[in-house]
Write a new protein. Sequence first.
Lengths: 635, 204
Amino acid sequence: MSVLTEWRAPAPEAAEEQNALYRAWADGRGIFSWFSVTTHQAIGKRYIVTAFVFLLLGGIEALLMRFQLARPDNTFLGPARYNQIFTMHGTTMMFLFAVPVMEGMGVYLVPLMLGTRNVAFPRLNAFGYWMYLAGGLLLYGAAFTGTMPSAGWFSYTPLSGPQYSAGKGVDVWAQMITFTEVSAMCVAVELIVTIFKLRAPGMTLNRIPMFCWSMLIQSFMVIFAMPAVMLASTVLLLNDRTIGTHFVNPAEGGDPLLYQHIFWFFGHPEVYIIFIPALGMVSAILEVHSRRGIFGYPAVVLSMVANGFIAFGLWVHHMFATGLPQIAEAYFTAASMMIGITSGVQIFCWIATLWTGRLRLTAAMYFIFGFIFIFVLGGMTGIMLASIPFDLQAHDTFFVVAHFHYVLIGGALFPLFGAFHHWFPKFTGRMINEKLGKATFWVLFVGFNLTFFPMHLLGLKGMTRRVYTYPAELGWGPANLLATIGAVTIAVGGILFIANVLRSLNAGARADSDPWEAGTLEWAADSPPERFNFAHLPVISNRYPLWAPREQQGIVVGMRNDRREVLVTSSMDAEPHHRLVLPRSSIWPFLTALGFAIGLVGSVFAFSWYFVSAALGMIGLIGWFWPHRPVEIRP
Amino acid sequence: MTPVRTLDVSGLPPYNISNRAPTWWGQVLLCAIEGSMFCILIAIYFYLRLGVDFWPPHGARELDPTLSSIALLPLLLSAIGSYWASEAAKKDSRSGMLGGLILNLVLAAVFLALRFANWGRLNYNWASDAHGSVVWTILFLHTFDMVADLLFTIALVIIVAAGSSGPKQRLGVHVDSVVWYFLIGIWLPLYGVLVWGPRLVGGS
């Protein structure tokens, strides 16, 4: 690396310089400023907190379903209400919780891990959050005023079409997708650019922290997958419903299966969009608590990249029961099994890391162990379902429900909880209570298996998904009751978790900047980080800069502190290229999101509102980009 | 204070107007999003084609190949305007930016006029059948993107003409050219599909 670093004792930082940094990054007070915030820590936290609120709502919906299914011939929820509740549950968990929470973790952690001060596009980041919030408010605003979608989280046509789904529920669902996908795409763009262009000097590609790799891959997947679902939901579904296009109308040359293809072209990568950040979290946590670097760094990174590619070749395995040509089915079976190989590589690398490390059994590690156990089980049932003869039997049964909860809760939620325990000191400046954390783990682990393991058996016995009740003679009662008891146990685990968070926030032990003696840069910043993250940007020459000897660590000097400056480095070798002045806080991202939101909500009723959306959005964007005087940027 | 290794960056420029600016990367990625959307639309077009015997349906009047092909000329030439403006932005030449942007706008307007004339020929609309739905959707979305970008270009012309063209605005001019290249580039396969597709895979 050609970066010249000379030894010198930096002049004691003038207090004025430090104050300048604080002033440059400060946000004003008051409600107006609250809507103008563009720092990544604040936006990341908002994503995470909002997503957890939706997790709570989705969890309550799950409990309602489990109460209904607890015994045969139950009448707690009627069939129509049950349809609405399972639709809201799936929609909330996939679109309003799982993806946004991963985006939020990325927004918060990636700039810290890369040793920079904010994401590359801070206002786009704020805009993305407001779009996400607007989408969530649209869905739940409509729900609480009596309009709920009820055609499943994927709203298959023709069930979701105009003939079979009257009312505005499906339209609201379709437009909610637009909001959340726009938000995910904003985060994807800004994270890719942040990871390629704002890395600390010296952070070559093979020194990027594992979690940043995972967010990079996930972001590329978002860019290629999310346009599909926006087309599926707004063009194929909403336009068919509101302006009479015929994409999915077989009477006029359309095809309902087209909707499934486009939806699952997004929908399968979606699973990996949720799951790959979780893999990054697992690797990052394992490194710290095994007190060694990840075993097989290139192998783990490459298998994540491979997962990202293969994920786009799997979508038809959601459609094996639709009567596709056999050659296509054979291809998708092979691809589905292939992803077992790349996932297997990672699991073996983790085992090797654990094997050769010096373990510290924290609550975070408990969640990682739980992840490996549950996820491997979910992977096994995945391999079973990849086989078409088996899939045809198990399709749309509770076996599938069990499978995807094992991979999604096991594969994403457990790592996320682990990550939350692991990075809690960084987020809040306080340690989370370890004992309560471990108790939370055990309650959740037991509750999870109690809930979802019996579902495998129920599915094999023939219980189909989305049935609101079943007769006693079928003998499904005991297993269902067990699952409901498990669900209540999960709820207890959730309460324990919330209690632990609240208690630790107020009374947890103070955390210093690096309570785990970790190796990556986020632990070099204060806990919680200042708005500018680092008073001096770090220079690194090692994959784990904080584990490196002192002579290999360095700092950047010569940045201006009186404005929001970051350092742009080259995409491969992270050589300093130029300084970049990031914009100050701005109300325009909020106003722009508001403008788009007004139009998009209107478009649920009439197509012409898209033009309102475009006009308001454009006014917002022009305000956003309007030059501030003086326009020149002095060195 | 103990000595540390330092890297002095005070000599680096505080901005950069080139393909190494983060904004350029961001714009390219936004184009990738839009591009994947159009690719999926092409897939939808051919998927729907597979489901029917005749494409387009009998009696449907499609885009005129001659008019569509002639329209490519001003469209391709408009890239010169974008290129001129983006090079001028790098050199901070106000007259160059204005000249390039206005050339871009004029040629784009000619292209759009030809497109609307051609579009008016269609004797079906989005609600006629699935074929009409996909053709209108592709035309609508591409036109929508073009009009949006041209409105932003007009905003840039106003900003530059008003003398507010600092580095951020000049970077704006530079990345605006990326959007325009993309919209031209993505139109070529879409033109191929909409104009020549029915002739190649239309059936008799």
